[in-house]
Design a protein around this ligand. Structure first.
Ligand code: IMJ
Length: 255
């Protein structure tokens, strides 16, 4: 479905990352990919993962999304090797561990700004320098969570960040529509990933969600990958500025 299309995925950390499930879905659909990872220490493991699980090897580049110079050099490389860009996947979030338990009211100024910079500002920061490569239109997909709409225990400052991220999606969609660039978010239900493991009470939260959910089950990474494929494909050509829930229906329930 994506033959001849070129894209980049920000935020692959390991084989549990949603970014990784999305990479597999897009690669399987024939897209030519680049992925970025945050730190050099991830490089070896990621290359092994890609060799084991992908037929076509993506270009793998380090990128700290807090550093504009690193973002610029990623697109410099992409310009040289791809020449154009059809989609960007943004699967990046971070807050201090201490801000993901207890009460939101205890969030420090520093913790708040860190979460907002990495989890929200990074979206616009990686889109803006990509625009010259997207002159034929394109698609941008980011990852959000229901905790941006509802007060979910412990999600705290990340919830505030996801609310701002979803709003960013609408403003960016309004800005970029005239260039035929669509901007959307996926909102998966809770999944076991590096980002969720080690979070207090997470496995009982998974059980709770399973019981309340119309489909009576949790979500798998592959389902998020497939939804991203839909958003990057022409099948979704009428959709922009939207948040699509991939949560087995959880968010529609009243109790
Ligand atoms: C994260 C924290 C608290 C409650 C949570 C989550 N629930 C879910 C998540 C209910 C589903 C996972 N999630 C949707 C996230 O966006 C996680 C983001 C995250 C996770 C960590 C853990 C390790 C760390 N910083 C983090 N920053 C962001 O040090």
């Amino acid at each position: 479905m994506l033959q001849g299309k070129k894209g980049i995925v920000f935020g692959v950390a390991n084989r549990h990352s949603l970014a990784w499930f999305i990479t597999k879905a897009l690669s399987g659909a024939g897209a030519q990919l680049a992925i970025t990872y945050q730190e050099e220490r991830f490089e070896k493991k990621l290359k092994k993962l890609m060799e084991n699980e992908l037929d076509d090897q993506p270009l793998a580049l380090p990128c700290d999304i807090r550093d504009d110079a690193q973002i610029e050099s990623v697109y410099q490389r992409l310009g040289e090797t791809f020449g154009q860009l059809d989609f960007i996947i943004h699967s990046v979030a971070f807050a201090s561990r201490e801000d993901l338990e207890g009460k939101f009211i205890h969030t420090s100024r520093e913790g708040f700004l860190l979460a907002m910079e990495i989890s929200v500002f990074s979206l616009a920061a990686i889109i803006k320098p990509a625009l010259p490569l997207m002159d034929k239109g394109g698609n941008i997909v980011t990852l959000t969570y229901l905790g941006g709409q509802r007060a979910v225990p412990n999600y705290n400052v990340m919830g505030v960040a996801k609310a701002a991220l979803e709003s960013s999606v609408r403003y960016l969609a309004a800005d970029l529509g005239e260039q035929n660039i669509r901007v959307n978010a996926l909102s998966p239900g809770p999944i076991n990933t590096l980002s969720s493991r080690g979070i207090k009470g997470f496995s009982s939260f998974l059980d709770h969600v399973r019981q309340k959910t119309p489909l009576q089950r949790n979500i798998e990474g592959k389902e998020v990958g497939d939804a991203a494929l839909f958003l990057c494909s022409d099948l979704s050509r009428g959709i922009t500025g939207e948040t699509i829930y991939v949560d087995a229906g959880y968010h529609i329930m009243g109790s």
